[in-house]
Design a protein around this ligand. Structure first.
Ligand code: KG4
Ligand code: ZN
Length: 377
């Protein structure tokens, strides 16, 4: 079965063709048109500008996805789209396009929660349907959801059963990366740049040949900067990142002149990232101890962070060798439509024949929801 998936919840216009077979879910094409250059001028996403770009790009992106998959519209069995959460003007473009195609092509239409998409990105090209090696169940499954809008630890006892164990009490971790980038004068979107600068610093201090710097802390290979690890010892699985951002802000106010020094900026990126990763890894460890899941996955844009992936990999290898650790392929970590198609493939397969039939009329009722809750079947 072939699924056409659309995603326009933020600043990427994305379409994908996903194929579901007995062996699993595979991506036939995944097209993402990014609006980074447009929003960089404003230092963040401007919802109405995002919507205008989506409206311009959505049809060419759908055409490209079909062309790359070498399919035509009659090959498509299901249309799916991100229904929320996200920016309403942006979501409206995707949902309107999906509803129009569903009506014109007479295909069933399924709305998907954006975070469910990020979670199911882990199953693309990876596992046959609901089973992993040796037909052993992948559940219970622990998910660390880390994106621009979400920071959560979730326990899934089965497909589409989401038990939120802990979540951020204020900023999301991706948002915190972006805000710190802004404080440092790095362009939008800052998260990947902070990560890159942190890596630069790591290679600088670990390679004496490159280390021609005078600063005593570099010579000692230890930074004198120490940012807090908020709520690390809170005794629960909740997070908080606004205090970390504020302490970076106060620190930089005291060291304004140093911002001209590129190595200083890289060092701050590194120490900030260590603080954020320490909290994410510490909370994950606590959840793994408490719930001993069969599978652990990471989901959302911050799952592209290599330092976070490596630290989690070490934690699993050393402390939880019986838990399978899945990560999305890098191209499916950030916003894309293939992940929406993957979630739709699993959801559609689990529906009753009547519920499947009802989807042929959902173009009448499917509306975007900026605060869509994640729900069971
Ligand atoms: O999932 P996503 O693409 O969009 C949302 O659903 O929010 O996540 C975007 C977030 C942004 O905050 C971005 O800065 C962050 O993910 N991000 C990263 C990295 N790549 C993207 N943060 C840290 N390290 C990265 N390598
Ligand atoms: Zn996302």
């Amino acid at each position: 079965m072939y699924i056409l998936a659309l995603e326009t919840s933020c600043d990427d216009t994305a379409a994908a063709i996903v194929e579901q077979t007995v062996d699993g879910v595979f991506v036939r094409s995944s097209v993402v048109s990014s609006q980074i250059a447009l929003h960089a001028t404003y230092g963040g996403v401007v919802p109405n500008l995002a919507a205008r770009e989506h409206a311009k790009n959505i049809v060419p992106v759908i055409e490209a996805a079909l062309r790359e998959a070498k399919l035509i519209r009659t090959d498509i069995d299901l249309i799916t789209v991100t229904q929320g959460p996200g920016l309403i003007p942006a979501l409206l473009v995707g949902t309107t396009a999906a509803k129009t195609l569903s009506f014109l092509w007479q295909k069933p239409l399924l709305g998907i929660h954006h975070i469910e998409g990020h979670i199911y990105a882990n199953f693309i090209n990876q596992i046959p349907q609901s089973n992993i090696e040796h037909q052993e169940s992948i559940f219970p499954l622990l998910a660390l959801v880390v994106s621009g809008g979400h920071t959560q630890l979730m326990l899934m006892r089965d497909h589409f059963q989401y038990d939120i164990l802990g979540e951020t009490q204020d900023d999301a971790v991706g948002e915190c990366f972006d805000k710190v980038a802004r404080l440092l004068g790095l362009p939008y979107p800052g998260g990947p740049l902070v990560a890159k600068r942190a890596d630069d610093w790591r290679s600088l201090i670990s390679d004496p040949a490159k280390n021609t710097l005078e600063s005593s802390q570099i010579k000692n290979r230890e930074s004198s900067i120490l940012f807090p690890r908020p709520m690390l010892e809170s005794g629960n699985l909740h997070f908080s990142f606004s205090g970390l951002k504020t302490s970076v802000l106060y620190f930089l106010k005291k060291h304004e002149a140093d911002l001209k020094n590129e190595d200083f900026v890289s060092e701050v990126c590194h120490e900030f990232q260590e603080a954020a990763v320490d909290v994410l890894v510490g909370k994950t460890q606590r959840a793994l101890e408490e719930y001993t899941p069969h599978t652990f996955i990471i989901a959302g844009g911050v799952s592209a962070n290599v330092r976070l992936r490596n630290r989690l990999r070490n934690l699993l290898d050393e402390r939880f060798p019986d838990t399978t650790f899945l990560t999305p392929e890098f191209q499916y970590s950030l916003d894309n439509a293939a992940m929406i198609g993957a979630a739709a493939a699993f959801r559609f397969a689990a529906l009753s024949p009547d519920a499947k039939q009802a989807l042929t009329a959902s173009w009448r009722t499917l509306d975007p929801d900026a605060n869509l809750p994640i729900t069971p079947l």
